[in-house]
Design a binder for this molecule. Structure first.
Ligand SMILES: *[C@@H]1O[C@H](CO)[C@@H](O)[C@H](O)[C@H]1NC(C)=O
Ligand SMILES: *[C@@H]1O[C@H](CO)[C@@H](O)[C@H](O)[C@H]1NC(C)=O
Length: 339
């Protein structure tokens, strides 16, 4: 075991290590070699949280359907403090459209870890959070996840959403956010948004949390951090295979976004972006290239690196970097908001 890896295992409290171990073991056991998923097995361990119109720690939640024909919906998180202010003097919160991680294949908007995380974002930032339950691979392959993302934005901008939209939600300050595969989706949805003129919605920023990108090349961090929590080459290779259309390799432009097959985005609109990277994440080399690629394309971007953070660190309030992360997101959102 390398010095780095023994340091990670020492740093993690046992409960957290056990949780990560179980979730990894269950997803490994559910992934089949013929690139299908044993959903019945995985769902036994993927506990779901119901929505609640009574405030839980200051946040109310409800589920809203975007398109019933493909079962596309999102969970809406509203900071309850806003309810006490009078109608014509409503405190406005920025809106975060969030895409959960799970390799495009696992977990849902109502999975307990993501429900907890979104509640925390809504309460601690504070913000109105919209957590998108996009379709999962391999049953639904690329680009279905991106389509669900852009269609959700179009729905939020439509008249059908006007009567459902909490008065405290400021769609003029709309941030896209995602972790891992969700951050990959948030990136591609930002590009797709170039094709639309929104009526009220303004894409103000992108919060990219340990984004899942890759390529045919094996980077140094992928090789040297074998044995780090959550991510391994074997797992990511399987995940890309399950996501991509038949016959594609990992230099597909959805995976290797600044690679040999990617398009030049310098002429496209792209929101200001904050990229979070952890020193124990095997994906960090791809994530840093992503940040550099955005800069080279003339986009506003900043990189926040936590040397001791592992993939999915943000989801655990007991990890010190998780609170630093919240603070950093809050500062970023304030800095992007029109005065
Ligand atoms: C994949 O394997 C599982 C279990 O062995 C089997 O039930 C399923 O039909 C297979 N699916 C395909 C598409 O080959
Ligand atoms: C949209 O957000 C940008 C910042 O990203 C800001 O400069 C612009 O004024 C906003 N537009 C509207 C219509 O609010």
């Amino acid at each position: 075991m390398s010095q780095q890896n023994s340091k990670t295992s020492l740093d993690l409290p046992w409960k957290l290590r056990l949780f990560i171990y179980i979730l990894s073991a269950v997803s490994d056991a559910s992934r089949r070699s013929n690139v299908t998923i044993n959903r019945r097995l995985f769902n036994l361990f993927d506990l779901k949280s119901p929505p609640s119109n009574k405030p839980t720690n200051g946040v109310t939640t409800s589920d809203i359907t975007v398109d019933a024909s493909r079962n596309l919906w999102f969970r809406l998180y509203t900071p309850a403090a806003s309810a006490s202010t009078s109608v014509d003097n409503v405190v406005k919160f920025p809106v975060i459209v969030f895409f959960h991680g799970g390799g495009f294949a696992f977990l849902r908007a109502n999975s307990k870890p993501y429900d907890d995380f979104c509640q925390r974002l809504a309460r601690e930032l504070p913000a109105v959070v919209i957590s998108v339950d996009y379709r999962l691979s391999p049953e639904h392959k690329h680009p279905k996840q991106y389509e669900d993302g852009i269609d959700t934005l179009r729905f939020l901008d439509s008249v059908s959403f006007e009567r459902l939209c909490p008065p405290c939600a400021d769609l003029k300050r709309c941030f896209l956010a995602g972790d891992s595969a969700g951050a990959n989706i948030a990136h591609h949805v930002s590009l797709l948004a170039n094709d639309y003129d929104f009526r009220t919605l303004n894409l103000t920023g992108l919060i990219s949390i340990q984004p899942f990108f890759g390529g045919e090349e094996r980077t140094e961090s992928e090789l040297s951090l074998a044995g780090a929590p959550v991510i391994s080459i074997e797992r990511t290779d399987w995940t890309w295979k399950a996501f991509l259309p038949e016959g594609s390799d990992r230099d597909h432009p959805s995976v290797n976004v600044f690679g040999p097959n990617s398009a030049d985005i310098s002429g496209m609109k792209f929101p200001a972006t904050i990229v979070f990277v952890g020193g124990f994440d095997p994906l960090q080399d791809w994530q840093k290239r992503y940040y550099l690629g955005l800069k080279k394309s003339g986009k506003e971007a900043c990189l926040i690196e936590y040397p001791n953070a592992f993939h999915t660190f943000y989801a655990f309030p007991e990890v010190p970097e998780s609170s630093l992360f919240i603070k950093e997101v809050r500062n970023f959102m304030q800095a992007q908001s029109p005065k």
